[in-house]
Each structure stands twice: as structure tokens, then as C-alpha cells.
Write a protein that binds this ligand. Structure first.
Ligand code: ADP
Ligand code: MG
Length: 257
């Protein structure tokens, strides 16, 4: 039975998609069965997994509004080893269209229930907003992974997300918890980043993953080849860090089980 994780942070450009595709690829490499769901209308996780968002026969949009079965939207990413459900601009309409549908926050959860036994991990890449799409991600998930950059305002931006997670936990999804904060795009040469990293550890304790994802150009280059960095250049520092992170996820879940 898959554990479902939503990769969320309401800020854009903080590394959600990079974390999603590389964690999916890294978990696959260490033998886990993984499904990645792109829940962002930008479709970056889709393209970054080598699936053309412009030519999707069915996407997560059709699944959410009930026009398509989940299985019809599912594609196999043979190079990276995980399955993916793609998204494109159409999905932006779902923020509005879902409002009038029954069980509007739980539609992703219901759809995923049909395939949950086929995977060890289901990862959800969410958009940079706390709207109905992200809410569907949070309602479907057992836990949230929060990628964050060690910058001055990093902690301040987190409070909205933490409050939303608390509300979802209280009202919609008792399973939901923060699995951990992942420090990404880290540059140890920058003193401020080291300081903020220490602050984050002081504040969140063991909720901070031990693995740290360095700023690494290979991770940034990989999407233009339609590959996660872990597949594009497995020897790169970025790829190795994601493999370490994937192992840490597996270990943490084994301890929690
Ligand atoms: P989000 O999904 O939160 O908007 P992305 O994962 O798309 O963020 O990352 C934003 C930009 O930063 C992208 O251009 C991505 O390639 C780049 N990036 C993300 N993580 C790293 C990293 N560890 N090293 C270098 N570049 C990165
Ligand atoms: Mg993104």
C-alpha cells in the first residue's frame, strides 16, 4: 500500500518540482515502485519526466473533474523508472470547476485509492499556491515534504503553509503530518545560508531531513533533456544528494511503521 506524499510550499521557484522528479527517480533507483502526480498547471514535473504536456491524451485535470479514469492518464517513464500522471494549462481551470463538484477537496484522494496498492510511494508535485489543487494534494497525502531554501525570509513564509496543514489535519485529513523540511539549493560557502540552516534546525528539530540538496547546475540542466537530474547525471553531487534523501525517506518510514 503506497504512502502518499505531497511536496508543497506556497512559494514558487523553491525547488518543489526538482524535488518531486528527483525523489521519484531516486526512489525508483533504490527499488521502490513510484507514481508521480503533477498537480501544477505549469506541467514542469511532466516535462521534466520526459512527457510532452502539450500532447497528453488524458491528464490529472480530466481525472479530477471526473472525465477520465486515473489509469487512462497514467504513463510509464521508462528511463527514470516511475509512472507519471501529467498536467498542463488545462488544470488551471480546475481551481474554479472543482468548487461546484461534490467532495471537491477529496477528488484526488478517491482517484489515487484505485492504484494505491500498485506502488510503494505516490508523490504529488503541487502548485505555488494554497488553493483547491494543493488542498486536494494535502487531503490525499499521509505527509508533506517541504523543500526550502536557506534564505532570510524562509521561515516567515512557512507559517502560512504550516497553518494550512494544521487546518487540513483538523478538518479534512487526520493522517496528514509534516514528514520533513528539505534544505535545497544549498551553498555552504554562503554564511547566511549556514546561519538560516542552523535556525531551521533549532526551530524544527528532527523534522529537518539530514540530507541536504546542494545547488548543482546538473539538476538545473536536466529538465531540458526531459530527465530528472538523478538519471541525467547520476554521478553529480545533486543526484547523489537525492539518492541519500530517498534512502532517508525509506529509513524514516521503516522506523515509523
Ligand atoms: P518550484 O517547483 O518550487 O517552482 P523548481 O524545482 O522548478 O521550483 O526550481 C526552480 C528553479 O531552480 C528551476 O530552474 C530549477 O532547475 C532550479 N533548481 C532547483 N533546485 C536546484 C538545485 N538544487 N541546484 C540548482 N538549481 C536548482
Ligand atoms: Mg514547480
Amino acid at each position: 500500500m503506497a504512502q502518499i506524499f505531497c511536496i508543497a510550499n506556497q512559494k514558487g521557484g523553491v525547488g518543489k518540482t526538482t524535488t518531486s522528479v528527483n525523489l521519484a527517480a531516486a526512489l525508483s533507483r533504490i527499488g521502490q515502485r513510484v507514481l508521480l502526480v503533477d498537480l501544477d498547471p505549469q506541467g514542469n514535473a511532466t516535462m521534466g519526466s520526459g512527457v510532452d504536456k502539450h500532447t497528453l491524451e488524458a491528464s490529472i485535470y480530466q481525472v479530477l473533474i471526473g472525465q477520465s479514469e486515473l489509469g487512462q492518464a497514467l504513463q510509464r517513464n521508462t528511463k527514470a523508472g516511475y509512472d507519471i500522471i501529467g498536467a498542463n494549462r488545462e488544470l488551471a481551470g480546475a481551481e474554479v470547476e472543482l468548487v461546484d463538484l461534490a467532495q471537491r477537496e477529496r477528488r484526488l484522494k478517491s482517484a489515487l485509492a484505485t492504484v494505491q496498492t500498485n506502488y510503494d510511494f505516490i508523490l504529488i508535485d503541487s502548485p505555488p499556491a494554497l488553493g483547491l489543487l494543493t488542498l486536494n494534494g494535502l487531503c490525499a497525502a499521509h505527509g508533506v515534504i517541504v523543500p526550502m531554501q536557506c534564505e532570510y525570509f524562509a521561515l516567515e513564509g512557512l507559517s502560512d503553509l504550516v497553518n494550512t496543514i494544521k487546518q487540513v489535519h483538523a478538518n479534512l485529513n487526520r493522517d496528514l503530518r509534516i514528514i520533513g523540511l528539505l534544505r535545497v539549493m544549498f551553498d555552504p560557502r554562503i554564511t547566511l545560508q549556514q546561519q538560516v540552516s542552523e535556525q531551521i534546525k533549532a526551530h524544527f528539530g528532527d523534522k529537518v531531513f539530514n540530507a541536504v540538496i546542494p545547488r548543482n547546475v546538473r539538476l538545473a540542466e536536466a529538465p531540458s533533456y526531459g530527465l530528472p537530474g538523478v538519471v541525467f547525471d547520476p554521478g553529480s553531487r545533486g543526484a547523489k544528494a537525492f539518492i541519500e534523501f530517498a534512502q532517508e525517506m525509506v529509513d524514516r518510514l521503516a522506523v515509523a511503521a
